[in-house]
Design a protein around this ligand. Structure first.
Ligand code: FAD
Ligand code: 2MC
Length: 383
């Protein structure tokens, strides 16, 4: 179904992402999953097409597009591979944080390297003892003369060990959310190390590791925003996540759309009891529910992305609603697509079981869907 109401420019952006996804991601995604290959060359190619700094300002090499363009791009990328799309989303989140909250020097230093993905970035918030309750994080950043010294461990970091730059939330100012600042830490810094890659249900083509800080010394100029950034790190991290949550939802939508497309085609080919499955009324009802879920997901996602573009007062709640609704609904669509394939759906070569595995985690990361309900519930209670 064509996207509604797109102008020529909007369509050109979608078509660029679709073309890249079809040619450079889709043909290889199953192999990358099986061999646990992190497709760095393809991601750099996405960067060269403007997809690593989508809503970052143009003066430093960003694409200067909207969040609305972003969710359409991530839907298209995820049709080819939801895992690679998700890492490009995390990188975009880091790039946007540097562009929005960095000093002019930091913007000039980093964005020209982040935009083409010459430098790949990871986002480091979660800790072994602080996941959903992120403001309770304990990684310390102690001031020592002109430097900060970081100590602590980050957990579940996407791109850990592979990324060149780590955007790290650490406690420099004292207790609570307002005691946290954000630091830009180079991979080569002494005292920085990485745990072994976690063995996961999905997201096989992307490393997830601990990121360990043992007396990691960074100049004070590496605090995001300079001295103005002291104590602002939690707000920076959360504002980054608003957009990240939309992109992750868009990854679920793209993955589910791809699974649906496979199921629809299979229903027109497979025969049981002497006729095509597509001619069974109950199969058509299943397809109808799936198609409706995909369209509803797209609409709430576009609504939330527009709210973020327009700095709507309800943007945080709308992003949480979109993340919760789309990641849950689209997981069900992908699972149903697997069911419609019968036993063949359970085989790796069909491509649907990978999508189901890869979409499952989107209900957990970038804020679990229980935390999304907490965010929505708080906003509703405050009305
Ligand atoms: P917990 O916070 O311990 O929660 C456990 C369960 O309790 C969950 O179901 C949760 O929803 C529920 N729960 C918690 N509190 C409440 C409450 N008050 N009320 C009701 N239910 C509650 N983090 C990063 O910083 N950077 C990354 O790049 C990154 N990548 C990831 C990649 C993968 C593959 C995975 C699995 C995780 C990644 N994460 C990353 C971490 C992810 O964001 C956290 O796993 C997530 O926020 C949940 O934290 P937790 O695992 O500690 O669960
Ligand atoms: N956007 C902007 N600001 C936000 C915000 C958001 N989404 N959420 C919270 N804030 C602000 C809030 O307004 C407050 O600001 P101020 O101090 O100016 O009043 C401050 O942050 C503290 O917020 P709360 O008082 O609500 O803090 P609390 O600790 O009660 O709850 C909660 C915060 C639960 C919403 C937050 O910890 C959270 O989102 N937890 C989930 C963690 C998460 O999403 N982790 C994802 C890791 S990244 C990942 O998984 C990847 C794959 C990259």
């Amino acid at each position: 179904m064509p996207y509604p109401n797109l102008t020529g420019d909007d369509l050109a952006i979608v078509e660029m992402a679709r073309d890249f996804s079809r040619k450079r991601l889709a043909p290889y995604a199953l192999e990358w999953d099986a061999t646990k290959h992190f497709p760095v060359a393809e991601m750099k190619e996405a960067g060269s097409l403007g997809m690593a700094a989508i809503y970052t300002r143009e003066d430093v090499g960003g694409s200067g597009l909207r969040r609305l363009d972003g969710v359409r791009i991530f839907e298209e990328l995820a049709k080819g591979d939801p895992v690679t799309a998700a890492f490009i989303s995390i990188h975009n989140m880091c790039t946007w944080m540097v562009d929005t909250y960095g000093s002019e020097d930091q913007r000039q230093e980093w964005i020209p390297k982040l935009a083409p993905m010459d430098v790949m970035a990871s986002y480091c918030l979660t800790e072994p003892g602080a996941g959903s309750d992120a403001a309770s994080l304990t990684t310390k950043a102690d001031r020592d003369g002109e430097d900060f010294v970081l100590n602590g461990t980050k957990q579940f970091i996407s791109g850990g060990g592979a990324s060149d730059l780590y955007v790290v939330m650490a406690r420099s100012e004292g207790e609570g959310a307002r005691g946290i600042s954000t630091f830009l830490v180079d991979k080569g810094t002494a005292g920085l190390s990485f745990g072994p890659p976690e063995v996961k249900m999905g997201w096989h083509s992307q490393p997830t590791t601990q990121v360990i800080f043992e007396n990691v010394r960074v100049p004070a100029s590496r605090m995001l925003g300079g001295t103005d950034g002291a104590g602002k790190g939690f707000g920076i991290a959360m504002n980054g996540l608003n957009g990240g949550r939309l992109n992750i939802a868009a990854c679920s939508l793209g993955g589910a759309q791809a699974a649906y497309d496979l199921a629809l085609r299979y229903m027109t080919e497979r025969e049981t009891f002497g006729r095509k499955l597509i001619d069974e009324p109950t199969i058509r009802f299943a397809l109808a529910d799936m198609a409706t879920s995909l369209e509803a997901s797209r609409l709430i996602l576009w609504r939330a992305a527009t709210a973020l573009d327009e700095n709507d007062p309800d943007k945080v709640e709308l992003c949480a609603m979109a993340k919760k609704f789309v990641t849950e609904t689209c997981f069900q669509v992908a699972d149903q697509a697997l069911q419609l394939h019968g036993g063949y759906g359970y085989l790796h070569e069909t491509g649907v079981e990978k999508i189901v595995r890869d979409l499952r985690v989107n209900r957990i990361l970038e804020g679990t869907n229980e935390i999304m309900r907490m965010v929505i519930g708080r906003a509703e209670a405050a009305r």
